[in-house]
Write a protein that binds this ligand. Structure first.
Ligand SMILES: Cc1cc2nc3c(=O)[nH]c(=O)nc-3n(C[C@H](O)[C@H](O)[C@H](O)COP(=O)(O)O)c2cc1C
Length: 229
């Protein structure tokens, strides 16, 4: 592709505009799940598909329905599924109130889309208590899956939709893996929330931003020119 200043400006604009916007709805009054979300989900997934990756996912991850070589898997819940998930959390919370801890339930009450994104670790070579082996190959698998997440976020931003990358909270618990049909060998990299455009201005929700947004410092605080000549 020839140098194209317009393309650079477009990409720059979207990257700088992306920010954490957590839309928090009341658990007793979730947002309506009346948008048609299949097309939006599809177009965001198509952006995730083009993330770079170095090595294929281990063959043990490629036996089932989701058998791609890419080292990530994405489980998509549309608004109505998010509301069903919320009802499930409420019912589980009768026995274990932790299911309604923190912000995750309120985010699920507001989301139009929830992408539960996993990455696919290489099988451990030795018995260990750790979540995964900290080697270079696993590092690259996480890096690739992270790129896929960023593509989702940038796509949502370009569509002017509030979005948020959460670690997952209670959505990391094994019961949720079972409930959503996620293989236990996968590791959740994040719960990616996309909210309706109009939710930013609804009186009935709270909007929260990311704690670290303005604490990045300047370029000189994390980059330096290497002078070799
Ligand atoms: C891997 C990852 C996990 C994150 N998990 C959380 C989280 O659990 N809770 C939270 O408040 N923010 C979480 N964030 C969002 C960051 O706090 C946010 O990106 C940061 O404050 C910078 O703000 P910005 O996204 O507006 O630039 C996460 C971000 C990443 C990359």
């Amino acid at each position: 592709m020839k140098q194209n200043p317009k393309a650079f400006e477009t990409v720059q604009g979207i990257i700088k505009e992306r920010k954490t916007e957590k839309i928090l709805a009341s658990l007793d009054a979730p947002l309506k799940a009346d948008h048609n979300l299949a097309k939006l989900a599809q177009e965001l997934l198509e952006l995730a598909a083009w993330a770079p990756f170095h090595k294929p996912a281990h063959e043990s991850h490629r036996q089932a329905e989701l058998n791609s070589v890419v080292p990530w898997r994405i489980y998509v819940l549309e608004a109505k599924d998010c509301r069903s998930l919320l009802e499930t959390l409420k019912s589980w919370a009768k026995d274990d109130p932790k299911w309604l801890d923190g912000k995750i339930p309120s985010l699920i009450a507001a989301a139009d889309l929830l992408f539960q994104v996993t990455w696919l670790p290489n099988p451990a070579k030795a018995e260990s208590e750790t979540l995964f082996e900290g080697d270079k190959d696993n590092m690259e698998l996480i890096a690739a899956a992270s790129s896929a997440v960023q593509n989702l976020l940038l796509g949502a931003t370009a569509r002017n939709l509030p979005n948020y990358w959460a670690s997952g909270g209670q959505l990391l618990r094994p019961e949720i893996f079972d409930y959503l049909g996620i293989a236990k060998e996968e590791i959740v990299l994040g719960s990616i929330f996309v909210f309706p455009e109009e939710s930013r201005t609804l009186g009935s929700v709270k909007v929260a931003t990311g704690a670290w947004r303005d604490k990045r410092g300047e370029l000189k605080d994390w980059s330096k020119k290497v002078n070799l000549s």
